[in-house]
Structures are given as structure tokens and as C-alpha cells.
Design a protein around this ligand. Structure first.
Ligand SMILES: [Zn+2]
Length: 268
């Protein structure tokens, strides 16, 4: 009888042990899943933080009393209108944060405008301008990246190529070899400073300074001459309300290409 009881006791103890073991396994599994969920949440949060938007530095050339070149329109009308439209497109996209060098109508030196942009550590800088020519016959698009020899030359050159490509696609005539050129300020013996333009194939390093907006910058920097404000056809195509819209879309697509982002179809 005693023996039967002890067997029953052993079985009971075994059952208790098994139950306890199952309980421990269940607790371990539950803890494991909780830790796994915490790791997944942290990973997603970290990735979201990592995918911060790109910062685009936009400079609408001239401003305030400095209206830039005067032709069928004032240059500043074109620069501010295009910068506004481009800012709108970039914000709608969602991948970008836009920093403007100045408010519309504001008169500000290039040094100050550059300082404002660089403070925000932009991924690229685009300075928008309009060209002029006294004969009123010159037409087309050209842009100026930071020239050869500068630390940001390669990236600026690539960004300039992206812009020229998109401008050609919307029908703007590319000036020079392919719409990309280099500009240098050259001072002659009499102390007069003039702008010297070099074609894109001239990759020699010159000591002369280029445009303020593309010098001493550590990101891609390009100054674009959208069209000639002194040429009626150019203004109609790329300086009018519609023209600025077409140009802003071309810049938007170029920025997307430069940063390897698929442009959103609503914007193009
Ligand atoms: Zn200008």
C-alpha cells in the first residue's frame, strides 16, 4: 500500500515538475518576444531618424534695390518667381527641407546670403539668375558649377550636368559645349575686373575667383543663368510665369537626379 502511494506521489511530483518546466519555457518565450518587439520598434525608429530630409539651399539672385539685369523683365522677377515655385515643388515632394538665402524683396549681400545657407549645412546650393546681352540676340541656358581645383568641384560639376540635361529636355538651348561653363573674375593691368568665361572642357585650375555663390563651399554649388531677360523669345519660354514654372520643374528633376531620388509624378 505504501509502495502504491509512493508511486502516486512520484507521479504527482513529476506532473508538478513538468508543469513548472512548461511555465518557465512559456515565460522565457514571452520575454523573448517582448525583447524582439522592443528591438524591432527601436530599429524602425532609428531608421526613420536616419532618413532625414535633404537640405536644399536656394538663392534667388539679386533682391531689393538690386534688380539685376533689365530687359523684357527685371532679372529679380525671374529669380524670385522660380525660387518660389521650386521651393513649393521640393516641399510637396517630402524628401527635402528648403533654406532660402533671403526673403523676396530683401536686399542682401552675397556674403550674407551665403552665410545664411551654409549655416544650415545644405546638401546642395542652387543660385538662380537671368542672363543679359546688349544686342538682345543671345539666347539659351548656361550654368556655372564650382570650378576645377575646388574641393566640391566633382559634385558641383555633376549637379550642373543634371541641371543642363533637364533644361535641354524642356527645350532650353544649351550654350557653350553643353550648357556647363566656368566663370572667373579677371583683373587687368588698369585694375578693371571682368568676367572670363571658360568652356567645360577647360579643366585647368585658375587662381582667379569664380562667383561668390560657388566659392569656398563644401557641398555641390551651381549658379544657373536660366535664360536671357534681354531676349523676348527666351523670356516668353523661360522667364514668364509659365516659363518659370517649366524651369522650376527642370531644377526639381535635376535635384532629384543628383540625389538619386525618384521625382513624384504630381511635380513633373
Ligand atoms: Zn544675376
Amino acid at each position: 500500500m505504501e509502495q502504491i502511494e509512493s508511486r502516486a506521489e512520484i507521479r504527482r511530483k513529476r506532473r508538478i515538475k513538468r508543469r513548472r518546466r512548461r511555465k518557465i519555457i512559456k515565460t522565457i518565450l514571452l520575454l523573448f518576444f517582448i525583447i524582439l518587439i522592443i528591438i524591432i520598434i527601436c530599429f524602425l525608429f532609428y531608421r526613420k531618424k536616419e532618413q532625414k530630409p535633404y537640405t536644399i539651399g536656394l538663392d534667388a539672385g539679386h533682391g531689393g534695390t538690386d534688380v539685376g539685369a533689365i530687359g523684357y523683365i527685371e532679372e529679380v522677377e525671374l529669380t524670385e518667381k522660380t525660387a518660389d515655385l521650386l521651393e513649393e515643388l521640393l516641399k510637396k515632394d517630402g524628401h527635402f527641407e528648403v533654406v532660402r538665402s533671403r526673403k523676396n524683396g530683401e536686399d542682401m549681400s552675397i556674403t550674407k546670403r551665403k552665410e545664411i545657407l551654409l549655416k544650415q549645412k545644405p546638401d546642395l546650393i542652387l543660385s538662380i539668375h537671368g542672363n543679359s546681352d546688349p544686342t538682345a540676340t543671345a539666347r539659351g541656358f548656361e550654368c556655372y558649377p564650382s570650378p576645377p581645383g575646388r574641393d566640391n568641384y566633382d559634385i558641383s560639376y555633376y549637379f550642373a550636368m543634371c541641371i543642363a540635361e533637364q533644361m535641354a529636355e524642356v527645350g532650353n538651348r544649351l550654350r557653350g559645349e553643353n550648357g556647363v561653363r566656368y566663370a572667373y573674375y579677371v583683373t587687368d593691368q588698369n585694375g578693371n575686373t571682368q568676367k572670363a568665361i571658360k568652356e567645360v572642357s577647360d579643366t585647368m585650375v585658375y587662381a582667379q575667383q569664380s562667383f561668390g555663390m560657388v566659392e569656398n563651399i563644401n557641398c555641390a554649388a551651381v549658379l544657373a543663368e536660366q535664360c536671357f531677360v534681354t531676349n523676348q523669345e527666351d523670356v516668353e519660354a523661360f522667364g514668364s510665369e509659365k516659363g518659370c514654372e517649366i524651369s522650376a520643374k527642370a531644377y526639381y528633376k535635376a535635384i532629384c537626379k543628383y540625389l538619386n531620388i525618384e521625382p513624384i509624378s504630381d511635380n513633373i
